[in-house]
Design a protein around this ligand. Structure first.
Ligand code: HOZ
Length: 430
């Protein structure tokens, strides 16, 4: 595969941008090699600057539930653009998308828009702290909630991939208010609650973890958290930046039947443009300025172009709920294919899948939390990644990320994926 132009651009990029990238996971650092510079994306395919075409299973790390540039998003952006790019004043679209979200996610009675998942989670914990008048939060080892200071303690995603789960620059004052529990381990939560009960404002969790690779919640885990929060006056925050509108129109809370007090969104909610949001019960949300005293703001928040793209996406979801069945079928086909391949090769590597999010871990021990995820052989993953890439399949460039299936993936592409998966596994296990 020729990647000369990507290589040239990368050597130029590192001169002006730290690591040549604007978000660390893109840098191919953990798998080695040069990040590919992408020129365009359409449907399930992306094309790099050297002219290589790939079937994309990253989907911009989650937003592209319908593949790249679906017609309804393109049209919404073009129409919105005719009217201008930003006003710093309310627009009709913001009301419409807020209405739609409150219909799709019943625990969300009010919603505030921001520009990224990070902004959503950092604003949500400020609100939780103000509402409960408490300062500490519980997060789970390996969960990633964006790059705000309070979350860069035992963080997942790039922080985990690059071995910096506790980032320098986060003050000890901030870190001491972040308590760490183990995913899928209610006892570890109870131990913290026993010790700090009256100081804990919120428990924040990815209801399906996607930033240490995909780790599903065990039966009863989310319900248990809900129960603990109810008993101790703690707010439960579901970070649905990845799972929101992906696992079901109402996200993971619909899938598992557990409601959060506050929910954060990103990715799909912006239809591929930078939008984040957080929402929840009215009495909590009305503590936000200008109604209440909790300050939170943004010049570009609710940006009309981005919100129009998000609105078009959510409308499509509402009007075409069958898409979830179709995406589930596609994802199941991939899962069955990989499992069949592993069986034929006599390997018991762990494949975790929830809906259209999945991760193949290169370990034969069950992956239920950060410790078990870390048992995965990341060198083997790197080989897997590069060989799959050479067969035209673009996967996350880290073991500790989710692979995403979209509505635009065709059966033929899935067959190609499964065949490539078999050839690749056979090769790297030789
Ligand atoms: N898992 C990450 C976000 N949820 C990947 C994207 C990024 O950090 O750039």
């Amino acid at each position: 595969m020729k990647i000369d132009y990507s290589q040239k651009l990368y050597s130029e990029a590192v001169k002006y941008i730290p690591g040549g990238v604007n978000s660390p996971v893109r840098a191919f650092k953990s798998v080695g090699g040069t990040p590919l510079f992408i020129k365009r994306g359409l449907g399930s395919r992306i094309l790099d600057v050297d002219g290589n075409e790939f079937i994309d299973f990253v989907g911009s790390w989650g937003p592209h539930l319908f593949g790249h540039l679906p017609k309804f998003v393109k049209q919404a952006i073009s129409e919105a653009l005719e009217n201008g790019t930003s006003f710093g004043a309310p627009t009709i679209q913001e009301i419409r998308i807020a209405q739609l979200i409150t219909q799709l996610v019943p625990s969300v009675e009010m919603v505030r828009f921001v520009n990224s998942g990070t902004e959503a989670t950092m604003s949500a914990i400020r609100l939780a702290r103000a509402y409960t008048k408490r300062e500490k939060l519980i997060k789970f080892a390996g969960c990633y909630h964006g790059h705000f200071d309070a979350f860069l303690v035992s963080a997942g995603s790039g922080a985990l991939t690059f071995g910096v789960p506790n980032s320098p620059g986060v003050t000890s004052g901030i870190a001491k208010d972040t308590l760490i529990a183990n995913y899928n381990d209610l006892d570890s939560v109870l131990a913290l609650v026993d010790k700090f009960s009256n100081d804990i404002a919120c428990i924040i969790i990815e209801p399906v973890a996607g930033n240490m690779g995909v780790v599903p919640p065990k039966k009863g885990f989310l319900e248990g958290l809900r129960e603990i929060c109810n008993q101790h006056g703690i707010l439960l925050i579901f970070d649905e930046v990845m799972t929101g509108f992906r696992l079901a129109p109402g996200g993971a809370q619909q899938l598992y039947g557990v409601q959060a007090d506050l929910t954060t969104f990103g990715k799909i909610i912006g239809g591929g443009l930078p939008v984040g949001a957080f929402g929840g019960k009215r009495k909590i949300m009305e503590m936000l300025a200008p109604v209440g005293p909790v300050y939170q703001a943004g010049t570009l928040s609710g940006n009309p172009i981005a919100i129009s793209a998000g609105l078009a996406t959510l409308k499509f979801i509402k009007e075409n709920p069958y898409v979830y069945t179709a995406i589930e079928e596609k994802s199941k086909m991939i899962e069955d294919g990989i499992r069949n391949n592993l069986n034929n090769l006599g390997k018991k590597f762990i494949l975790n899948r929830v809906g259209s999010m999945m991760t193949l871990f290169f370990t034969e021990d069950e992956v239920t939390d950060l410790n078990s995820a870390m048992k995965s052989d990341t060198q083997l993953y790197s080989k897997y990644f590069h060989l799959m890439l050479s067969k035209g399949i673009y996967l996350p460039c880290s073991q500790f990320e989710a692979m995403f299936v979209s509505y635009s993936h065709t059966e033929e592409e899935i067959r190609h994926f499964v065949k490539s998966n078999f050839e690749t596994l056979s090769e790297i296990l030789k």
